[in-house]
Design a protein around this ligand. Structure first.
Ligand SMILES: [Zn+2]
Ligand SMILES: [Zn+2]
Length: 552
């Protein structure tokens, strides 16, 4: 008899950073770990976000026992508002994560009917043939967990996003003793975070940042403005703690920051001494060295309060000489240019600016090489799959696993959609299911495909030319010369001669079919062909050409 196998299928999050989603399937039971989004790369023009392709799951809905979420970051929860309407399955997470998910669902108006469940600490969750246990991990958002999945073929450990900070702000370090215990009992498979597998050594503790903030609050001559990620609740806590020590009051600025702080206070993940948090209308008359602002904008987001202030464009707040601005975040790759511009603008307004290259104002939330090795050594898995990272991160993490003694043939560097079949004796990649990017553009999901993206790329590079062709309703013959309107293609004044000439090119090309009613398919192809060739000869550009026919 063939024993049923456990299938591990990443639908996102391997060989890319973001849109984390891991499917585990055994006979008639499926569980999903995380449902994240990815922010678009630069060549995905006009796309707001990217979510995983879940077509593999759509006809297996009745098998899905639930989605378990490791923590509240966008790359782990961000796809839920788009996927829940399609899957309609229960979601399990810790308390703060659930709070953040419900805020998100409400923002997207997808809340009604979602079944959100809180996993109490220490509880075991039974989802079909899977029994799931959470263990606390230290990461850049409170209430993060890794998962221990007891499956019929063996125990699987999923690290979530983690680092091993022994002195974290919330006092809850990663639970190493539970992991060591599991390691002693035998773990079949470890799935572990690879985001910082490139960095040697250990990730510094949050404590380092606390010390910097303390110094800033003590020494800054005027107001202090701290910009960070709205999800970085522990950083907000550090700001509040340091401000309290020097009798400064804290003002939270910006919608998403206000939302997160409110929910974190409500659920007890943020502690603020009575009266320390203020409203902007209380600012008048307060001495500057008693004021701290906390805001988003650390990534140079154009609509954030910090960027508005840097550009003298904020309704209530302006940068004043003597202000100290702390950018408590590292620019996400791709954002460096806008962040640098923001720093420049802040300096120009007379502020003192502290950012990652000049001061210890940020530590990241993922383990470096020594931490990854420590986890491997504690858990001692038979099989290993590096997750959460680009191909190079996964490969480096695989090498680390080899270096601590996991045989090369037991390590699997996967791509999205790979099906890893796991049994107690052996594992192998046994196929591929459909996977990939679903683009979310404004309010619509999935109807922007690669064709649309190619068009946008073309438009952004070489512009557009519209050709308006008037034909006689009865005879189908051309009436007058075609009109040409262009945008983003050439300087219309300088190149008016060339554009004028192209009208004649079109007119000549259409003039052959003298007494034949014009077939639109033929005409539009012809117009595109001749103009493409003509414009390329003259300009070496390939604008998008859109012919229109008007019957008169
Ligand atoms: Zn994370
Ligand atoms: Zn992540």
């Amino acid at each position: 008899m063939v024993k049923p196998k456990l299938k591990i299928i990443p639908l996102g999050g391997v060989s890319e950073i973001g849109k984390n989603m891991m499917v585990m399937e055994y006979e008639d039971d499926i569980i999903i770990i995380d449902a994240g989004l990815m922010f678009p790369e630069e060549e995905m023009l006009g796309i707001d976000l990217v979510i995983p392709d879940i077509s593999y799951l759509l006809d297996k809905r009745e098998k899905i026992r639930g989605i378990v979420i490791t923590h509240g970051h966008e790359d782990h929860v961000g796809a839920l508002p788009y996927l829940l309407p399609a899957l309609d399955v229960p979601v399990y997470s810790t308390k703060l994560t659930q709070g953040l998910i419900s805020v998100k669902l409400k923002q997207r108006r997808a809340r009604s009917g979602a079944k959100l469940n809180v996993i109490p600490p220490g509880a075991q969750l039974t989802l079909g043939k899977f029994k799931i246990e959470c263990f606390p991990v230290c990461h850049s958002i409170p209430d993060s967990v890794g998962l221990i999945v007891h499956s019929p073929v063996g125990t699987i450990v999923h690290s979530g996003d983690f680092k091993l900070d022994y002195t974290p702000v919330d006092g809850k370090p990663t639970d190493l003793s539970r992991l060591a215990q599991l390691g002693a009992q035998g773990v079949l498979l470890l799935l572990s975070d690879s985001t910082y597998a490139e960095l040697p050594g250990y990730t510094p503790s949050e404590k380092v940042v606390g010390e910097t903030l303390d110094r800033v609050m003590a020494e800054a001559p005027g107001r202090v403005i701290v910009a960070t990620f709205s999800s970085l609740v522990s950083r907000v806590q550090q700001v509040i703690d340091a401000a309290a020590k020097y009798q400064r009051r804290v003002f939270i600025v910006g919608r998403s920051m206000i939302d997160t702080v409110r929910i974190a206070l409500e659920l007890g993940y943020l502690r603020a001494p009575e009266g320390i948090l203020g409203r902007l209308d209380e600012l008048r008359g307060m001495p500057h060295d008693k004021i701290v602002f906390v805001t988003t904008g650390s990534q140079g987001e154009p609509t954030s309060a910090l960027v508005r202030m840097a550009n003298r464009d904020h309704r209530q707040l302006h940068i004043l000489p003597g202000d100290t601005v702390v950018l408590s975040a590292t620019p996400i790759p791709g954002n460096e240019a806008v962040v640098n511009r923001t720093v420049d603008n802040l300096f120009k307004q007379g502020a003192q600016v502290l950012y990652d290259r000049v001061a210890q104002v940020h530590v990241h939330g993922h383990g470096s090489q020594e931490e990854l090795k420590l986890l491997l050594n504690l858990v001692k898995p038979k099989f290993f799959v590096p997750i959460h990272g680009e191909y190079r991160h996964l490969t480096l993490h695989a090498k680390l696993a080899e270096s601590v003694g996991i045989p090369k043939e037991n390590i699997f560097v996967l791509e999205d959609g790979d099906v890893l079949e796991v049994s107690p004796q052996s594992s192998r990649i046994a196929g591929k299911v459909s996977s990939g990017n679903v683009y979310v553009d404004g309010l619509s999901v999935g109807d922007v495909g690669t064709v649309v993206l190619r068009d946008r790329k073309m438009l952004s590079r070489d512009g557009i030319v519209m050709v308006i062709i008037a034909v006689n309703r009865q005879t189908g013959k051309l009436v007058g010369r075609p009109d040409i309107v262009s945008r983003g293609f050439v300087d219309t004044r300088e190149s008016s001669g060339m554009l004028e000439e192209s009208r004649n090119v079109v007119a000549r090309a259409l003039d052959h079919g003298r007494d034949r009613p014009a077939d639109w398919g033929f005409v539009s192809t012809k117009v595109r062909d001749v103009l493409n060739r003509f414009y390329y000869e003259r300009t070496k550009r390939r604008p998008m050409i859109l012919p229109f026919m008007v019957r008169v």
